[in-house]
Ligand binder design. Structure first.
Ligand code: ADP
Ligand code: MG
Length: 248
């Protein structure tokens, strides 16, 4: 297995209401649905990594989050496990999103800087949402827009995609982001380095606005330069901050 032992210095800023009181040291202690726990086991994960120990409870407590941890520290499951679990508990929204087939209206949007990361994250979604009602689609450039649109028209709860392709779909009015309850920006530092700042802000506006209280928003990044700090301040609402560093 993987060794995450050297990842253990946290800086956790836990302020305001609904801040988790302690780290999640075992997946079984998280209030997630049994099916998701089963899928975590099937993935071969025995213990939460340091970023997962704080990210999972923070999101389950309903807080926005700025999470900073190096590549390979387990950030994908840190947001997928709690978000998919909260989504499964929201039957009413799941049903509504499956019914309206004229315009895909996802409940969860995960933005990535690249196609490879979108595909990789989609694989993880399928793993954690295995044998649940959750429908997910992956969208990225370089392939037919119509093919991707047709698969979303079969009903979609979770869209994972590149900033570029998700922006194309919203600009053309092909997808409706006004029902998004969870917006996740993964590898936010790379997004900004690639010049996507304005697209990210425009998409956040489409997902209910900057610092929306109706939506939960999470930013994940491997580094924490001033541009990311500013983006977090601009788009997150009353957020928690978690960072994991390297010891030794
Ligand atoms: P990051 O996004 O921080 O770069 P990933 O989410 O891609 O990291 O995870 C890195 C690797 O660690 C992946 O192969 C993933 O399956 C594995 N992994 C993540 N969390 C755990 C865990 N709790 N136990 C074992 N392996 C894990
Ligand atoms: Mg990652």
């Amino acid at each position: 297995g993987k060794n995450f032992d050297r990842l253990c210095t946290y800086s956790v800023e836990l302020t305001g209401n609904n801040a988790p009181k302690k780290a999640l040291l075992k997946f079984e202690d998280a209030p997630v649905t049994p099916k998701i726990l089963e899928n975590i086991k099937k993935a071969g994960y025995s213990l939460p990594t340091p970023i997962q120990q704080w990210s999972i409870p923070a999101i389950l407590h309903g807080r926005d989050l700025m999470a900073c941890a190096q590549t390979g520290s387990g950030k994908t499951a840190a947001f997928l496990i709690p978000v998919l679990s909260l989504l499964l508990a929201d039957n009413e929204s799941l049903m509504k999103a499956s019914m309206d087939l004229s315009t895909p209206s996802p409940l969860v949007v995960i933005l990535t800087p690249t196609r490879e990361l979108a595909l990789q994250t989609h694989k993880e979604i399928r793993k954690f949402a295995f044998q649940t009602v959750i429908k997910s689609c992956c969208v990225y450039g370089g392939v037919s827009v119509n093919y991707q649109l047709n698969s979303m028209l079969k009903g979609v709860h979770v869209i994972v995609g590149t900033v570029g392709r998700v922006s194309d779909f919203t600009r053309n009015g092909k997808i409706d982001l006004s029902h998004v309850k969870y917006l996740i920006l993964d590898e936010a530092d790379r997004m900004l380095n690639m010049g996507f700042h304005d697209e990210v802000v425009a998409l956040t506006e489409k997902c209910g606005g900057m610092r929306s209280e109706q939506r939960r928003t999470m930013l994940y990044s491997a580094t924490f330069p001033v541009e990311i700090q500013k983006l977090a301040f601009d788009i997150l609402n009353d957020y928690l901050f978690v960072t994991v560093g390297l010891v030794g």
